[in-house]
Design a protein around this ligand. Sequence first.
Ligand SMILES: Nc1ncnc2c1ncn2[C@@H]1O[C@H](COP(=O)(O)OP(=O)(O)O)[C@@H](O)[C@H]1O
Ligand SMILES: [Mg+2]
Length: 408
Amino acid sequence: MPTVLFAAPLLSENASRMVTAIASLPGVRLGVVSTDPQERAPEAVRRAIAAHWRVDDVLDPGQLAWAVESLADRLGRPDRLFGAYEQLQVPLAEVRERLGIAGLPSEAARNFRDKARMKDVLRAAGVPVARHRLAETVADADAFVREVGFPVVVKPPAGAGSVATFRADDASSLAHALEAAPPSGGNPVLVEEFVTGDEHSLETISIDGRQVWHSLTHYYPTPLEVVRNPWIQWCVVLPREVDEPRYDDAKAVGDRALQALGMTTGLTHMEWFRRRDGSVAVSEIAARPPGAQITTLVSRATDTDFVRSWAEVMVFGTFAPPARKYAAGIAFLRAQGPQGGRIRAVHGLERVRHDVKELVVDAQLPTLGAEARPTYEGDGWILVRHPETQVVVEALRDVVSNVRVELA
Ligand SMILES: Nc1ncnc2c1ncn2[C@@H]1O[C@H](COP(=O)(O)OP(=O)(O)O)[C@@H](O)[C@H]1O
Ligand SMILES: [Mg+2]
């Protein structure tokens, strides 16, 4: 009977889904560590948990280790300890090592977390990546830009969610970006050559360092465009043809990248570009489930519960690749109107209902009266699926061009 510990800052809807999926695996006893108190979780989640430990800051390795040891006292020695939150990956690996719990080594976790280190490891392994410089001074950054030319991307070395990632097209926008996040020895910024092309993801399941399954998506447009333009209603498409030869190069690059970074067992989410010349460049890889509802897209495309599949991989190291029945896609709705306004109306839903109703399998519609959310997941979303990828693409186009979330 495996004892499993799961850690998360918040007991959000996503985390709750993971908790119930893990707890429902045969014979599993689940302990949960979170910053959120247990009462924050829905009743069903609380009932699924064998024990809970609250800490003030789950990202603090000391507090995390203390919580894990306390839960071990109650539940017995943990067989697994993991989480899905990006910033938790290194602290979790460190605690696993300290307590002798199996899982991704901290050395590998650091390769995935530190973007500059990741790019060094990938480039050394012959994986195509954007040129970069970890700049400790403004002069460093300027020297790098003289080498590669504008535009460049400026970002924190361990960011997530496209927060604090900027594109600089000229000297003044670079100066502006560096003023917002002044580089220093202890706090360098990552400057990268700007890669032009289409952006994709590649999800992979590995077991003992071997790729056993993959999936991929197209982002329309790129996450950086989405964050720069808060009104853009954007889409993620999971094509049905993920096994076709046109993606073989990306798959091979992904495989090489995971080998180089030291992936063992789990789900990874790689972001990559198809450059204008057709070549592949890796943007970054995370050793955790993807965001932007991509796990839901996989669930709908395969008619399975992919969160549960992920839990099985993490706990038992087993995975049975599901058949692909559909292409799936999601459109993120984003409010437009005066800054600081609240959502007054959602227009165009009738039209969408008329055009694509049979294709819609999930939706989270914007809440009237709510403030606009600044994140890339937007104020709501509509998820569609169909056996043909092109039908999904057209349905999403219909949604983003007809639905308008009005702020007033
Ligand atoms: N070198 C680059 N060239 C072009 N676009 C980039 C580059 N680096 C990042 N971006 C854009 O910025 C987004 C966020 O950057 P990323 O490194 O993925 O950070 P995060 O960890 O916050 O997701 C990417 O999805 C991509 O759209
Ligand atoms: Mg990213």
